[in-house]
Design a protein around this ligand. Sequence first.
Ligand code: IPM
Ligand code: MN
Length: 361
Amino acid sequence: MKTYKIAVMPGDGTGPEVTVEAVKVLKAAADKFNFKVELTEFDFGSERYKRTGETLPDSAVDELRKFDTILLGAIGHPDVKPGILEKGILLKARFELDQYINLRPVKLYPGVDCPLKGKGPDEIDYVVVRENTGGLYTGTGGISMKGTPHEVAVQSAVYTRFQVERCLRYAFEYARKHGKKARGKGDKNTLALCGKTNVLTYVYDLWERAFHEIGQADYPEIEREYYHVDATCMWMVKNPEWFDVIVTGNMFGDIITDLGAMTQGGMGIAAGGNINPEGVSMFEPIGGSAPKYTGQGVINPLAAICSMQMMIETLGEDAAAQKIEDAVRFATGNKLKSMQAGRMGYSTSEVGDLVAEAVAQ
Ligand code: IPM
Ligand code: MN
């Protein structure tokens, strides 16, 4: 029987509550599909930081490298200055483990309220491939003459050809395997580059050239499209059915996936994966630690459950992944009244039970 070694980092706020439910469903899937999971919990997050001053030490990163995969709840706490935990834990893990892809499906499940009039599960069904280790997130820059009227602040969007190319290749491969044609939903697989070539004439020039070169040479059957980031936001609202797979840089990917999350029912259901295709990946809901709902048992665990589902799929347990997805569809389509915290008609753990029971059946 196959055994997966999984590091579990519940983190802050509602992170632990939703992680418990994801683990509950994971165990149900393991029983049903005959694989084993060996879970090791890590307490990185605000409490440990406040107690010890430690975020994610280098020794912990080395420890994490030994696992097959990582399941993360949420990082961030209102008492800790913004940036410390995010940079020290979340971004450090992404960078050090070279999780260069952030895969974020924008998928409206049955029964989920969509704020876009006239749009349903057929229209909202695409994926954003966000580059995850470069761009504005590298922290390149600095401040000089701080506190003076002449203070200078610089923060650079840094991309190498290597980074751009590996991300694009992942996105083309993804479109080939999971695009709308591959899924029987259309007559072609399409990859759209989201950029800003009219203003960011260096960085997105590099992206655009690489996009067409690689597409032409190695993925000629994949339809290529280009959208500026502002127009992308517009079409994500007006004509989301145009999209299939979108690839973009780190900052734009961060922003457009929050918009995408709202169109798929909100942070309660939006999942993501920080993927190193050759190494250790880390799966997390795309929303944050939701401090105002902490400890009340009202937060929606489906985003965490769906992130765990992506983890299982990435590990290659396709049948289990499909079953978990079906179980989530069953819960959204037949049970939950709303995706919003406190309005689901069920508690956090009852939602976990519903999905776990559907998986076990
Ligand atoms: C996300 C988050 C993070 C990001 C923050 C918490 C650093 O917003 O995962 O989208 O900007 O990547
Ligand atoms: Mn974000």
